[in-house]
Design a binder for this molecule. Structure first.
Ligand code: SAM
Length: 270
């Protein structure tokens, strides 16, 4: 991500992240199914506001969720509390431990014990270099038990998408923020740099009460594009065995025109 936001901005951007994600990406069922297959604790890297980690814990799984943004974790904590989940557990046997940390170079005390480790919803693109992206897979491999599964989900924009990313501003949505009652509009602008394989994505939010003066929040992320074969290469370099590269959350194999790649790779030895 580009320069760290101050506390007030970070808090607002975390709230706006959840407002954005009212458009459900539809990936929760995949992680619930993979959690069911896994026999042991789950690690989510770059877990954000707990959109996936909290429902997994609610469903009875033991989840550790790591993120470097404290404002995102504050929301994850509130979401977990509202769902009746704590580090100590819940009635379903599920639990959620939230850890503020950079996933790069991370080695938790539970390294080597996780049955499932995942990096959801394009988070790998926020790691701005090939070496950082490679390191993310190494972090996952280091935390998996033998036989454990790593999952990475990444967006694959096509040539038409990239051609449109010339800096033009597009209105994405107007919404009412259920927490504040404010009317919020989101506009976005993207610039693709083919030389570096990056997209700078700028989101402009204006939020305020009906008839009142809006406040503007700006978020800017530099996304490094990742091709499916590059992702598989990272996994292999981390000592993982690629089980599948799917083209969507239903795990149909990747084919031409797929908008995303979902990598499933196993730590050998299980
Ligand atoms: C697109 S959000 C995804 C959140 C969540 N996984 C989801 O699917 O809703 C990306 C998250 O990655 C986190 N992040 C980015 N770089 C990170 C790093 N190096 N270590 C840990 N978290 C990171 C950001 O703080 C942000 O919360």
């Amino acid at each position: 991500m580009l320069p760290p936001a101050d506390d007030g901005t970070a808090t607002a951007l975390a709230r706006l992240y959840d407002l954005d994600l009212q458009d459900d990406p539809g990936d929760l069922d995949l992680y619930l199914a993979l959690a069911d297959r896994a026999d042991g604790p789950i690690l989510e890297l770059a877990a954000g506001t707990g959109r996936l980690a909290v429902p997994l814990a609610t469903a009875g799984y033991r989840v550790t969720a790591v993120d470097l943004d404290p404002a995102m974790l504050v929301r994850a904590h509130a979401r977990a509390t509202a769902a009746g989940i704590g580090a100590a557990g819940s009635g379903t046997g599920g639990s959620l431990e939230l850890i503020e940390a950079d996933l790069l170079g991370l080695r938790l005390p539970g390294a080597g014990t996780f049955a499932l480790a995942f990096l959801a919803l394009n988070s790998i693109m926020l790691l701005g270099s090939r070496s950082a992206q490679r390191e993310a897979l190494a972090t996952m491999a280091a935390h998996l038990a033998p036989g454990g599964l790593a999952v990475v989900d990444v967006w694959l924009p096509d040539a038409d998408d990239l051609a449109r990313y010339d800096g033009r501003v597009i209105l994405e949505w107007p919404r009412t923020d259920p927490e504040t009652g404010d009317i919020v509009t989101k506009a976005g602008s993207a610039v693709h740099d083919a030389a570096t394989g990056t997209i700078v994505l700028t989101s402009l939010y204006e939020a305020g009460p009906q008839g009142g003066t809006p406040v503007r929040w700006v978020r800017s992320d530099r996304l490094r594009l990742v091709a499916a074969d590059e992702l598989a290469g990272y996994a292999e370099e981390a000592g993982l065995r690629v089980e599948l590269i799917a083209g969507g959350y239903d795990l149909t194999p990747l084919g031409p025109g797929a908008e995303r790649a979902v990598l499933l790779a196993e730590r050998p030895g299980g």
